[in-house]
Ligand binder design. Structure first.
Ligand code: NAD
Ligand code: DAU
Length: 336
């Protein structure tokens, strides 16, 4: 099978490519990535030299390039993972989020329609549902209520994806996953940022009161969910993906400090994120009962493995935080 994966040089995309190459030794995988600040080909060392893997530096908003990729590689199935993914950046400026997350998805949907591909998996997020109170979980029927520019761009892309199914018969499936963590996650996101700061004995910036809740899922479990949705997900359907691992940010940060044997005095409460969603929790019973997927690790086990990975791959994140990243960090956290 010829499979196009977009955003394959990012955190989830690179993990998914390595997972698919290993699991399906007869698939041919084309990775289209623009290599923004978040795209890093070092994440794909494990795929280098594999004759079944091709990397193409291209923008999903480039209509001609996407058409050419579809034609040249005879793409049969597409998993759209490319996106601007960081909520804080979308608060500073939304333009690139609209361009890539909405505009890019629309270009890919057109290409999918024109080339009659067999399946289009749109990788979305639980953030499209907005924020929960102290109880309850998001189901696939929960109303869309995106609160950040990032979430609004992903919700728009979801609606466009469903409209292409309804109008043009494009065989789409949408996944909405909760917060991921694991190897190769860019250190602007909570878990890798806290690990990297703790390892440098730098303050750990916790937004607001630290009581916001996220539902954590190890990236490998997200990959196995995408795999079942890609192969068995019903066309036109939405599948929530989550680990039932709800934790407050403060609990996560304390777990990291404990595993690294660092003092809690490193925790620094900083100004809250604008429009900060209070709580996310995912009801993933549909994918579990229909497609037989389930998460394999708890946050405690997964976090311990992740902390170990960041300890053993210091050169990976040190290289990132020594470049442009420092300018980003100064700007974002000075303003708080
Ligand atoms: P990431 O920021 O690590 O990676 C995004 C990748 O997309 C990068 O390699 C980047 O270069 C590429 N990209 C960006 N704009 C592009 C463009 N115009 N053309 C081609 N490539 C482009 O993101 P991630 O955390 O791996 O998230 C991947 C996807 O999963 C996103 O769609 C995100 O909305 C979704 N998601 C993420 C999480 C999470 O916790 N990280 C949870 C649920 C859903
Ligand atoms: O829920 C899925 C979403 O999870 C994905 O769609 C997004 O792409 C992904 O970035 C993630 O969004 P969040 O905003 O939940 O993740 P982030 O790691 O940025 O923040 C997690 C929580 O930690 C959130 O409540 C904000 C808080 N936080 C984050 C940072 C970076 C802090 O307290 N301090 C920080 O420095």
């Amino acid at each position: 099978m010829n499979l196009l994966i977009t955003g394959g040089a990012g955190f989830i995309g690179s993990s998914f490519i390595l997972f698919m190459l290993a699991k399906y030794p007869w698939y041919r995988i084309i990775n289209v990535d623009k290599l923004t600040y978040a795209g890093n080909l070092e994440n794909l060392r494990g795929a280098e030299g594999n004759p079944r893997y091709t990397f193409l530096k291209a923008d999903i908003c480039d209509r001609q390039a996407m058409d050419e990729v579809m034609r040249k590689y005879e793409i049969e199935v597409l998993v759209n993972i490319a996106a601007e993914s960081h909520v804080d950046r979308s608060i500073v400026g939304a333009a690139e989020f609209i361009q890539t997350n909405v505009g890019g998805t629309s270009v890919l949907l057109d290409a999918a329609r024109d080339h009659k591909i067999r399946k289009f998996v749109q990788v979305s997020t639980d953030e499209v549902y907005g924020s929960l109170g102290p109880s309850g979980k998001f189901t696939e029927q929960s109303p869309l209520h995106p609160n950040s520019p990032y979430a609004a761009s992903k919700a728009s892309a979801d609606l466009l994806t469903l409209a292409y199914h309804h109008t043009h018969g494009v065989p789409v499936v949408i996944t909405r996953c909760s917060n991921n963590y694991g190897p190769f996650q860019f250190p602007e996101k909570l878990i890798p940022l806290m690990i990297a700061n703790a390892l440098q004995d730098k303050p750990l910036p916790v937004y607001g009161d630290g009581m916001n809740v996220r539902d954590w899922l190890q990236v490998a479990d997200h990959c196995s969910a995408l795999d079942v949705v890609l192969h068995s997900g019903r066309t036109g359907e939405i599948y929530n993906i989550g680990g039932s691992n709800e934790k407050t940010n403060l609990e996560v940060v304390r777990l990291i400090l404990k595993q690294l044997e660092k003092p809690e005095s490193l925790i620094m409460f900083v100004k809250d994120r604008l429009g900060h969603d209070r709580r996310y929790a995912i009801d993933s019973s549909k994918i579990q009962s229909e497609l037989g997927w389930k998460p394999s690790v708890t946050i405690e086990e997964g976090l311990a493995q992740t902390v170990r990975w960041y300890l053993e791959h210091r050169e990976w994140w040190e290289r990132i935080i020594s470049g442009d990243y420092m300018e980003y960090y100064r700007k974002m956290y000075e303003e708080r």
